[in-house]
Write a protein that binds this ligand. Structure first.
Ligand SMILES: Cc1ncc(COP(=O)(O)O)c(C=O)c1O
Length: 410
């Protein structure tokens, strides 16, 4: 092992369920020298980032900030800050990430009520309402796009149900934001968290979060400023103190707000990345970005089907940006993934839990939601399946993908 080997990662094309290859502009932004965390230029960037993410989330929420950490840091910050120990939290599960929300809520001390629908389907509003009426939760925590199954949960009906029954509504939209419609205010969400490493087109390590006034009000009631920076003006709230210091959204909001009360040291390079991701997507225009994800996703799905493979799940609820495809019986799924990587430098994904070894997951996200990446992935996969003895109609995937993308002629 050469400890001083120079860093030369291979140039892979990341076509899995995330992370994906990052927009080159984001890499450039991250390579800038640091500035101090209270430098007016830095606080200006923080304010710009808040404003940019209000547009990304489609919200007027003042409380729109970054949590330093991967997407699950955003989930953890929201749940530990909103949920008091003993609060009832309803978590419908339609894939791996529902289980993650349930686990994080449990660790925050919630009394979690969870139910699961078959992986490859989504949760009907009628079932959601039954659970809300029966259990009267304080919070509903619902994933929008679950990459483990590729399903996209409709959220508009859930928002109405939550308002009707006085439930705080939180969604994890990590895998779906900007690749699929998302409307924080219109769908009446109280809290949303995401990550950069999917359709936003950045690296993992920053989790944009937005909070409604109602959510902020609850967090303020749990206010507790840490000793050492607390002054006589800082009164503690009447509800219980948030059980995490790092993820205390009250303190983090004071850091991002006018008071600029010191909390953690903002991860400057990640803020540069997050800010750049938002700019890139907003400059392209969110409707155009979503349409590009749909065209690339449809082209990938059409190509896989034309190859004779079977797509996974309820396709009427598939996310635009990732497709599940059943692994044909004549191959070992992991060996094919390895060959994709070693022979073509292309990464595709496996899946988790009941779907492990049964489906591959192929993503078309962010910078990689393009026709050339779709075609390269399809022809590479086709070559490996043909070599393994699969009865594949050669060239059909390429043609079907071109047509689905809207380029009938090569
Ligand atoms: C829907 C969803 N939520 C949460 C996560 C966790 O993200 P991270 O690995 O950045 O913590 C993922 C990652 O795939 C995801 O797809």
């Amino acid at each position: 092992m050469d400890l001083f080997e120079r860093l030369t990662p291979p140039s892979r094309l990341l076509m899995g369920p995330g992370p994906i290859s990052v927009y080159p502009r984001v890499l450039q932004a991250m390579s800038n020298q640091l500035i101090g965390q209270y430098d007016p230029v830095m606080t200006g960037y923080m304010n710009q980032t808040m404003a940019l993410y209000r547009e990304v989330f489609k919200t007027k929420n003042e409380a729109t900030i970054l949590i330093d950490g991967t997407a699950r840091a955003g989930i953890e910050a929201v749940l530990v800050s909103l949920v008091e120990p003993g609060d009832k939290v309803l978590v419908p599960v339609f894939g791996r990430f529902g289980h993650l929300l349930a686990e994080i809520a449990q660790r925050a001390g919630a009394d979690v009520v969870s139910f699961e629908v078959e992986w490859g389907t989504v949760v009907p509003d009628s079932l959601l309402e039954q659970y809300i009426v029966r259990h009267k939760p304080k919070v509903l925590a619902l994933v929008q796009g679950d990459t483990s199954t590729t399903m996209l949960q409709p959220l508009d009906g859930a928002g109405e149900l939550c308002k009707k029954h006085g439930v705080i509504f939180y969604s994890d939209a990590t895998a779906s934001i900007v690749g699929n419609e998302f409307e924080t205010d219109q769908w009446q969400l109280d809290a949303v968290s995401v990550g950069l490493q999917k359709c936003l087109g950045g690296p993992s390590g920053s989790a944009p979060v937005t909070l409604s006034d109602c959510a902020v009000d609850r967090i303020r009631q749990r206010k507790h400023v840490e000793a050492g920076i607390r002054t006589a003006q800082h009164q503690s709230g009447q509800l219980s103190r948030i059980r995490s210091n790092y993820f205390d959204l009250g303190m983090i909001l004071d850091y991002w707000g006018d008071e600029r009360l010191n909390h953690h040291t903002e991860a400057t390079s990640m803020l540069f990345a997050a800010r750049e991701c938002a700019q890139i997507n907003l400059q392209e225009g969110l409707p155009n970005v979503i349409a590009r994800h749909k065209r690339a996703g449809d082209a990938m799905a059409a190509g896989l089907s034309a190859m004779g493979l079977t797509l996974f799940g309820d396709l009427s609820h598939k996310m635009n940006n990732v497709v599940g495809v059943e692994i044909p019986s004549y191959v070992d799924g992991d060996k094919v993934r390895l060959a994709m990587l070693s022979q073509f430098n292309i990464e595709i994904g496996t899946s988790f839990g009941p779907l492990h070894g049964k489906i591959w997951r192929i993503g078309t996200m962010g910078y990689n939601a393009r026709l050339d990446t779709v075609l390269l992935t399809l022809v590479a996969l086709e070559a490996l399946l043909v070599q393994s003895g699969g009865a594949i109609k050669q060239g059909a995937a390429y043609q079907a993908a071109l047509e689905a993308f809207g380029h009938g002629e090569a």
